[in-house]
Design a protein around this ligand. Structure first.
Ligand SMILES: Cc1cc2nc3c(=O)[nH]c(=O)nc-3n(C[C@H](O)[C@H](O)[C@H](O)COP(=O)(O)OP(=O)(O)OC[C@H]3O[C@@H](n4cnc5c(N)ncnc54)[C@H](O)[C@@H]3O)c2cc1C
Length: 472
């Protein structure tokens, strides 16, 4: 059997963070293989290609990736511009995947089905840390690795419609009527919505984004009807601060949504939880249960589940993971990002220390590292993989010197976890020394189609609390 150090580090997923991991591993001189389920780099990003992100290019390009691209003669985009998902994939991820230092190490159509240790199930301890990882692909092939960086994201595992976290009764029976978050309502998916009645479930920006597109479609196409359902009794958090929002485009998004609701162009149902779904004459009957136990029915053609995402840890079921019971992130990372505790999206930079599991050499990074928390940013993931690659190279000083240069937004996000108390981000600081800050995203399961400008405030001292919304 190969010894550990002869083996490559396997990166699962060629999204923004997986490819950044590859760039950092290359810089560290560590052999690596990237296993990507899709046929192209950025396969998940391309699925929301019609959505314009709110973080400008300069936050979306990993520094090590940038060095490789510059060597290859890449012409960088305008760093202040806001790319769509399609532009992010086509103008950055695709050329990055093609640089000669990375290209030979990328395998497409390579879906990882399970990760274990050669000859050791989860129970066996002896020799575990020095035994290679065994990665089994969906086609049955197996790959050995010295370490695994799991950057497989969460796009493939959206949350269910049922309010209890379990599928609503009959959810599987109406699959043909259900839409993943962020369908391209005004583009390729238009025909599925034009002239139909669509129910959008969720209170985050992905719901708002879809609702605005549906309202535009309704204006062009008679017979298009839109219903919006949220769990809370008020849409205030989704509407946001309007003109008072420090992020003008985010404020405008909420204000536009409110105008449609006020004008009756979007019908709003509050205190709504999906209890049961029944296919009925080519439509769906939705049985709704209210907080007081009363029930009512409504009938629609399509349902957009804008209810967020969850990580799929099943591929790592034979590994020893120490997951936070709330978020499904590592226990050390969870308190920094738990939306029950922080309504701000500001997150301190973090690296290998916060990402370490009992399974030595396995790191979930990127979107997946956040579990069900909604505020992940590419730039955060880039710092994660810089730190992890440094640790794998044995450079612990660099691994622990986590940095993240992002501007403060100075606002709380409109986190759709409506149980979150808007003041709670001003609670005690997590016990972490940070040398930089995150950037509030205000997302759950998707971001804005409308560009947001970032507000830069003075950097706060390194060891103060991370809730930037509390700054006056
Ligand atoms: C609509 C939307 C807008 C966003 N806008 C922003 C923004 O403005 N700024 C920002 O910083 N962040 C934004 N994010 C959040 C986040 O940064 C992105 O989702 C980003 O793509 C996450 O990168 P990732 O590499 O962790 O995961 P992904 O981009 O999801 O990549 C994961 C990759 O792994 C592959 N994969 C999955 N499972 C397997 C498997 N079992 N085996 C092999 N391969 C697998 C997938 O095909 C995919 O290519 C946005 C997210 C969404 C959904």
């Amino acid at each position: 059997m190969s010894t550990l150090n002869d083996l490559p580090v396997v990166v699962v997923g060629a999204g923004p963070v997986g490819l950044a991991a590859a760039a950092h591993l290359h810089e560290r001189g560590l052999p690596f293989t990237v296993l990507e389920a899709g046929d192209v780099p950025g396969a998940a990003v391309r699925q929301w290609g019609h959505v314009r992100v709110f973080s400008p290019w300069r936050y979306n390009i990993d520094p090590a990736a940038r060095r490789l691209l510059d060597d290859a003669g890449w012409v960088a985009p305008d760093l202040e511009a806001l790319p769509t998902g399609a532009e992010l994939a086509g103008d950055y991820l695709q050329p990055l995947a093609e640089v000669p230092q990375l290209k030979p190490h990328l395998r497409y159509g390579a879906r990882v089905e399970a990760i274990s240790r050669v000859g050791l199930d989860r129970l066996r301890t002896a020799g575990r840390d020095t035994t290679p990882f065994l990665i089994r692909l969906a086609d049955g092939q197996e790959v050995l690795a010295r370490a695994v960086i799991d950057a497989s994201g969460t796009w493939g595992t959206p949350n269910v419609l049922g309010a209890s976290g379990l599928p609503a009764r009959g959810e599987a029976d109406v699959a043909a009527h259900l839409e993943h978050a962020l369908p391209d309502v005004l583009g390729v998916d238009r025909d599925r919505f034009a002239g139909r009645h669509t129910l959008v479930v969720g209170a985050g920006h992905s719901a708002a984004n879809t609702l605005l597109s549906l309202a535009d479609l309704a204006a062009e196409h008679p017979g298009t009807a839109v219903t919006w359902a949220i769990r809370t009794t008020s849409p205030a958090r989704t509407y946001g601060g309007g003109d008072a929002d420090a992020l003008p485009a985010r404020g405008a998004l909420g204000s536009r949504l409110r105008a449609h609701v006020d004008a009756g162009r979007i019908r709003l149902l509050t205190g709504f939880s999906v209890h049961a779904l029944t296919p009925t004459d080519g439509r769906v009957t939705v049985l709704v249960r209210h907080a007081d136990g009363s029930e009512e029915q409504t009938s629609v053609d399509r349902i957009v589940a804008a209810t967020g995402f969850r990580p799929d840890h099943s591929i790592a079921a034979e590994l020893r993971l120490d997951l936070d019971p709330v978020l499904g992130a590592t226990r050390a990372l969870a308190p920094l990002i738990d939306p029950n505790e922080h309504s701000c999206g500001t997150v301190p930079p973090h690296g290998v220390n916060e990402l370490t599991h009992p399974e030595v050499g396995y790191y979930a990074v990127g979107m997946k590292s956040y579990g069900r928390a909604p505020t992940f940013l590419m730039a955060t993931g880039y710092e994660q993989v810089r730190s992890v690659a440094a640790a794998l190279a044995g450079d612990w000083a660099a691994a622990r010197d986590v940095q993240l240069d992002l501007p403060e937004t100075g606002v709380c996000n409109s986190n759709p976890d409506e149980s979150a108390n808007a003041d709670s981000c001003c609670g005690p600081a997590p016990a972490v020394q940070s040398s930089g800050r995150g950037l509030a995203t205000g997302i759950s399961g998707g971001l804005l189609a409308a560009p947001l400008s970032l507000l830069t405030l003075d950097a706060a001292p390194a060891d103060t609390q991370t809730g930037g919304c509390c700054a006056s």
